[in-house]
Write a protein that binds this ligand. Structure first.
Ligand code: SF4
Ligand code: SF4
Length: 186
């Protein structure tokens, strides 16, 4: 086991819920549907390369329809932020069901050269003020990280199926139908 703690406390500046695009996996979306009772199209949108300049063109989560590409994101208003943010109370309204990437923010995994767990650091490039006046246990973060890796693998498999089937006229929203069918079929 690597370092057991990382120094950090969130001061609720709201940057990550306002200025950062939240990218859920299909499992995150299903959890949010169950928690809110809302259909996914009410809180999910599909963004293109102009909205996601940080995402590499060869990222395996791009849905590809002809020469266009899209990634599934939580709906967001440029001023108000994430669809699930309550700005007045500075609070995530789906806190217990929020996407795993939101839970891992602003932590970055550190590994040894041979891939063993070393700890977590505060990510340099995400705009979080990185207050270090708190202590966060790394073991639960690492468990979340590994869970997210499994979910990402499933996500990428579903994207490959979608991209194989996509034809002119296919809409990116049809990806929601695809993964719900997969869940129903077990
Ligand atoms: S789901 Fe919650 S934690 Fe994640 S960006 Fe939206 S408001 Fe923030
Ligand atoms: S950017 Fe950092 S300090 Fe601000 S709300 Fe997000 S995690 Fe908390």
């Amino acid at each position: 086991m690597g370092r057991r703690t990382v120094r950090f406390r969130c001061h609720h500046c709201l940057h990550c819920c306002t200025d950062v695009v939240a990218l859920p996996t299909p499992i995150d979306v299903i959890r949010l549907v169950e928690a809110t009772g809302r259909p996914p199209h009410e809180f999910v949108e599909f963004l293109g390369p102009d909205d996601l300049s940080d995402v590499d063109a060869d990222d395996p989560t791009w849905l590809r329809i002809g020469d266009r590409r899209y990634i599934m994101a939580l709906r967001r208003d440029a001023k108000k932020g994430c669809v699930f943010l309550d700005r007045k109370r500075a609070k995530c309204t789906v806190y217990d069901a929020r996407p795993i990437l939101c839970r891992l923010f602003p932590f970055k995994l550190q590994e040894t050269r041979d891939g063993a767990f070393r700890g977590f650091a505060l990510h340099q490039d995400v705009g979080c003020p990185r207050h270090q006046d708190g202590v966060v246990a790394t073991e639960p973060l690492y468990a979340l990280y590994r869970e997210d890796c499994r979910h990402q693998d499933d996500y990428e498999s579903l994207v490959r199926v979608f991209n194989r089937r996509a034809r002119a006229g296919t809409r990116p929203e049809e990806f929601l139908t695809l993964f719900y069918e997969e869940v129903r079929s077990g």
